[in-house]
Design a protein around this ligand. Structure first.
Ligand code: SF4
Length: 163
């Protein structure tokens, strides 16, 4: 039996991560057809979150593009960030990003996740998501509409086709 947090558990996790990386490598083909999203609020007012959740409902039918919510960060392909990145949330954002398997991508949704928005000068705020992790797609708006969010995801997938 492997105990959580033990050196054996850490070693097993390292081996698993290496296996996943070796199998998936930079093969973006897998993601192109079934991009699984992970949503993380780094300090949003909830406006962008509501629109992200709306974009994932059957009304907008994201599954026609294969887009679904991932059951865990370790199954995520695309990290959807909403909100200005606070200093505390920044640490968590980096940790979540590191836990995702390669290849992985990040989408910044809304003015706050892009640049910090109206909060960019606030003392607990670092600014946009790209201060902490590499961002592949920016979706402007305050908040952006669900159609714009889906459009941004599809544009990212089109970008991957060219790779
Ligand atoms: S961009 Fe607008 S709606 Fe989105 S988190 Fe910032 S203030 Fe809220």
């Amino acid at each position: 039996m492997i105990i959580v947090g033990s050196s054996e558990a850490k070693e097993a996790e390292k081996t698993r991560a290496e296996t996943v990386k070796a199998e998936r490598g930079n093969d973006t083909k897998i993601i192109k057809y079934t991009p699984w999203l992970v949503h993380f609020n780094t300090g949003a007012c909830n406006g962008c979150d509501i629109e992200v959740l709306a974009a994932l409902t059957p009304l907008y039918d994201p599954e026609r593009f294969g887009v679904k919510l991932a059951p865990s960060i370790r199954h995520g392909d695309i990290l959807v960030v909403t909100g200005a990145v606070t200093k505390k949330a920044g640490e968590r954002l980096k940790r979540l990003y590191d836990q995702m398997p390669d290849p992985k991508f990040v989408i910044a949704v809304g003015a706050c996740a892009i640049s910090g928005g109206v909060f960019h000068n606030a003392y607990p705020v670092l600014a946009g998501a790209d201060k902490v992790v590499p961002v592949d797609m920016y979706i402007p708006g305050c908040p952006p509409r669900p159609e714009a969010i889906l459009d941004g995801i599809v544009k990212l997938l089109k970008k991957l086709e060219k790779k």
